[in-house]
Design a protein. Structure first.
Length: 692
């Protein structure tokens, strides 16, 4: 055995060896990061060239041009703008849903077990509540398909989701076989979320037996169970004296954060002498309350509590030492809320930024603007060029004929397309919301027009271009740049949320830069005014950005924008959103796994990652920005430490990028788009003339 000095020397050698190894690892990681940045820069450059070719090429599709820009990366995805998705407005009246009788179809116990097992093994359906799964099982109807016949045809519209009970089917896409499926599998589930075309063909390889439910039935179940649950929770909360003074919207948030907890016979719910921070409301069953004066005495019976009664209220006010024991009498279900969640939610919502833009001076300015624009007609404008294309519209740069110094953006929508997709409600909501949105961080709508074919929206021109283009051309932003653009978005959302307006389509494509470089929210096609404490149910948004409650049809409110804000920050910092896949359904399934399953790149700092994760909590009531202090909790987050919010509001804060804008007709910050030479047929519905 060596001497102590020998051991110390050996230890020093080992420490030095480890230090050198750590230094080598750091050096290799730095080299890897440098190469990643180079690859990203090359990819960005390639995307920019591809995008230019896409707009100037004769086919508009680079894969069909026969050009091979880079044989070494033929499978690299083209970074294109993402289209938002909107379901047709639901015909279901939430106030009547609790009275709707669902149609049940008889099934053998074996069939019920097979359907339930298939739903629970499906990546999407397994996230539904147990009660919803059972109701879907009850409501699925049987159907049979002969061998060789199509169950689903690629390209057709679909509204049914299927469970295969007997036989075998083959799945093909564009004539290529993808897989075969045996009994106990679910397919076609995207169709119950919104109206969409089928992305693959499913053919019966044998005679098959299926169980199916359509979109209307599925959405009725989802809305009905959600509304009944919320109504029950609110009724129980209102029965608690301490909660009766809470505003309706805060009470609704508390209802959302309640957790159902189940107890069996004689199980302790609260034990005397223990410290606690939870409050309980009994929703089913009875409990026994006892107190023990000393360890040598038997517990003294105090009372029995039943459905609608509560206990543990002191725990919501501070650290509570339980003064009695509570045990279950038979099976008991309690609704539970902890002190931290309760404190985050109670106290009311701050009406952030709801008044600063409504001073007498601003009101006078708005009235003068209204008079000026009311005198204009479509013939007073010259069309200069197309600035952008959307899923439902085209945006053109127009110039006022009698004042060439004034240019505007004219959003043009085809009436026929709006009617065919039943989007009238969204368009009218967009007009109503934008006419009242006078925030410096939302684009202005000055006037609307229409003719027999089109609807027109005269908007403020933001000639700095789209944030999406900047992200595409420059690559991911650093913390400082991301903070500035996120700050602009936060101010815009605060203005909307203070008026109970949910935006629902936040993404870089919908953020424009003005001539100074300040960011503004545009495209309010999916925005909706939702009453305080109320929810809306229509599936809206861009797949990578939609919140879990929208996917699961639980009803959503302004908290869905908090989720999308977290996704936006992640994308601005990394260059791509955290949840993305080859098709929408896979994207939704990844979203439902949660933000904690996402591996954050090293370039996203710990404080930024913390903010993203707090914005993207699965439970809407737990999201930062959706609690008692509203958007102030976001503004005070560590990631924003030192950020000059007042300078942002007063427009004295220097933007990270100042676009070059040389005049009212300078379009150099936009991509080139082809002209639209196709005129749709005139609309014969005269009611539009009265509404728009």
């Amino acid at each position: 055995m060596g001497t102590l000095r020998d051991l110390q020397f050996a230890l020093q050698l080992k420490i030095e060896e480890l230090r050198q190894r750590d230094a080598l690892i750091d050096e290799l990681e730095l080299e890897l990061d440098t190469k990643d940045d180079l690859i990203r820069q090359l990819q960005t450059e390639l995307d920019r060239h591809r995008n230019a070719l896409q707009h100037t090429g004769t086919t508009g599709n680079i894969e069909n041009t026969g050009l091979a820009l880079s044989p070494s990366v033929p499978d690299e995805p083209l970074r294109t703008k993402r289209q938002a998705i909107s379901a047709e407005p639901t015909a279901l009246d939430p106030s009547q849903l609790t009275h709707i009788t669902l149609t049940n179809y008889s099934k053998s116990e074996e069939s019920r077990e097979l359907i339930q097992r298939a739903l629970l093994e499906n990546d999407f359906m397994k996230h539904l509540d147990h009660g919803q799964i059972l109701t879907i099982v009850d409501c699925m109807h049987p159907t049979r398909v002969a061998r060789g016949c199509c169950v689903i045809q690629e390209g057709d519209d679909g509204s049914l989701v299927y469970v295969l009970e007997e036989g075998k089917v083959e799945v093909t896409k564009a004539g290529t076989k993808l897989c075969t499926m045996d009994p106990g599998k679910v397919f076609g589930e995207l169709a119950v979320l919104y109206n969409c075309t089928r992305t693959a063909t499913v053919t019966a390889l044998t005679d098959i037996k299926l169980w199916a439910i359509d979109r209307q039935g599925f959405q009725t179940i989802m809305m009905r169970t959600g509304l009944i649950k919320q109504s029950l929770y609110l009724e129980l909360l209102r029965s608690v004296p301490s909660f009766q003074s809470l505003p309706e919207d805060v009470l609704s948030k508390v209802a959302d954060v309640l957790e159902e907890t189940h107890y069996s016979e004689s199980e302790y719910i609260i034990r005397q002498g223990a410290t606690g921070d939870t409050f309980f409301i009994i929703s089913q069953g009875q409990v026994r309350v006892t107190r023990q004066k000393s360890t040598s005495e038997e517990p003294e019976f105090l009372t029995t509590l039943t459905r609608g009664e509560w206990f543990g209220e002191q725990a919501l006010k501070g650290e509570d030492v339980r003064t009695a024991s509570v045990t279950a009498l038979g099976r008991v279900t309690c609704l539970v809320v902890d002190r931290e969640s309760f404190m985050h939610l109670t106290g009311g919502l701050d009406d952030v930024n709801s008044k600063p833009y409504e001073s007498d001076d601003i009101k006078a300015k708005l009235e003068a603007e209204s008079v000026f624009f009311s005198c204009l007609s479509l013939s007073d404008f010259d069309v200069i060029c197309t600035l952008g294309l959307g899923g439902f519209s085209r945006v053109q740069l127009v110039q006022l004929k009698n004042d060439p110094s004034q240019s505007f953006a004219m959003k043009v929508l085809k009436k026929r397309h709006i009617l065919d997709t039943r989007q009238q409600g969204h368009i009218l909501s967009e007009r109503s919301i934008m006419m009242e949105a006078h925030s410096p961080f939302t684009v202005r709508l000055f006037r609307t027009f229409q003719d027999s074919r089109y609807l027109y929206m005269l908007l403020e021109a933001c000639l700095g271009g789209e944030l999406w283009t900047l992200l595409r051309d420059r690559g991911p932003f650093d913390d400082s740049t991301t903070r500035f653009y996120t700050g602009c978005v936060v101010e815009g959302l605060a203005f909307l949320h203070a008026r109970a307006i949910v935006y629902r389509d936040l993404k870089p494509e919908n953020i424009m830069l003005d001539h100074r470089g300040y960011a503004k929210l545009v495209d309010f096609g999916f925005a909706k005014k939702v009453g305080l404490g109320q929810k809306t149910w229509t599936f809206c948004g861009t797949p990578e950005y939609v919140a879990p409650e929208i996917i699961l049809n639980k009803g959503h409110d302004v908290s869905a924008d908090c989720w999308s804000l977290g996704i936006l920050i992640y994308e601005l910092l990394s260059g791509s959103p955290p949840f993305t896949a080859c098709d929408p359904m896979n994207t939704y399934n990844i979203i439902l796994r949660g933000i904690d399953m996402v591996e954050f790149p090293k370039k996203i700092s710990k404080s930024a990652a913390n903010l993203i994760k707090r914005l993207c909590r699965d439970n809407p009531s737990e999201r930062v920005g959706n609690q008692k202090n509203g958007v102030k909790d976001i503004q005070k987050h560590k990631w924003f430490e030192g950020f000059n919010w007042e300078g942002l509001r007063q427009a004295t804060l220097a933007p990270p990028f100042t676009p070059t804008v040389e005049g009212p007709l300078d379009t150099n910050n936009f991509d080139c788009f082809p002209d639209d030479n196709e005129d749709p047929p005139p609309d014969e519905d005269s009611s539009w003339d009265l509404e728009f």
